[in-house]
Write a protein that binds this ligand. Structure first.
Ligand SMILES: C[S@@+](CC[C@H](N)C(=O)[O-])C[C@H]1O[C@@H](n2cnc3c(N)ncnc32)[C@H](O)[C@@H]1O
Length: 236
């Protein structure tokens, strides 16, 4: 039996909080009260209109029932996303989770408790400290809509860079709903007020922000819940 050890935590003094995170999302991610408020499964599920588990499992199913190799989760997620990912890790797989906010790193450590096969790093998604082609799978769950366009572009480029040839990058995020969906109208005031960069995901395609050398890769996009959410899977 493998010995259970505490997840590896690596804090970095060279990583600074991005301006957009402090200015726009302090209430959700960087303020010490943010975790106390948002770290509730029912609340994150409500924010996604009851779709949290479905979207989590859609992302995880892309990695397979038993996940092999090195997996990178780009940014922490409130709720049980990481727990479910860990449950699927094969005996020799390893999960790396990065987040730029120390509060989130501390929270994830507290949430996961004693675990093996997991390392947690304070890193910026725009400057990942992993070698080229070092990860078999990279998952980016509801991060892109929170980032300004240039930051988003760099996050995608970094996710592509660290993925091995043949590996998968899985994005789950917002998307423009169909005209028949009430959420097409309901979400506009919510997103424009609270999440000013999110409408980019309605008005553009993740494919548009791929680096030039990745434009021809195999990309599969599917939408859910009347089009409000999308999953984009790219084979490197
Ligand atoms: C994955 S996103 C949103 C996930 C989802 N809304 C949820 O319920 O948590 C939230 C995380 O992204 C992190 N984040 C934002 N910008 C980042 C960046 N440039 N690099 C790494 N992490 C970042 C935030 O600190 C936060 O923990």
């Amino acid at each position: 039996m493998q010995q259970k050890i505490t997840p590896t935590i690596a804090a970095s003094s060279t990583v600074t909080l991005p301006e957009y995170l402090e200015k726009t999302y302090w209430w959700a991610y960087t303020h010490p009260n943010a975790v106390r408020v948002f770290e509730r499964q029912w609340l994150v599920n409500l924010i996604l209109w009851g779709n949290f588990s479905k979207l989590r499992d859609l992302a995880l199913d892309e990695m397979g029932p038993e996940i092999q190799g090195n997996v990178l989760q780009v940014a922490c997620v409130y709720g049980n996303f990481t727990h479910h990912l860990i449950r699927r890790l094969g005996p020799r797989a390893h999960l790396n989770v990065i987040d730029v906010a120390p509060v989130q790193i501390t929270n994830l450590h507290a949430k996961l408790g004693l675990q093996n096969q997991v390392s947690i790093f304070q890193q910026d998604s725009t400057a990942l400290q992993f070698s080229d082609a070092s990860q078999d799978t990279v998952v980016v769950f509801f991060l892109l809509h929170e980032q300004p366009a240039e930051v988003r572009r760099k996050t995608i480029a970094e996710a592509m860079r660290v993925t091995k040839p043949g590996g998968k990058i899985v994005f789950v995020d917002y998307h423009r709903p169909k005209a028949t969906s009430p959420f097409r109208y309901l979400m506009i005031p919510i997103l424009t007020t609270l999440e000013p960069f999110a409408m980019d995901l309605w008005n553009g395609q993740i494919a548009d922000w791929l680096p030039a050398d990745c434009q021809k890769l195999d990309l599969n996009k599917q939408t859910y819940f009347g089009g409000l959410y999308q999953k984009v899977v790219i084979q490197r």
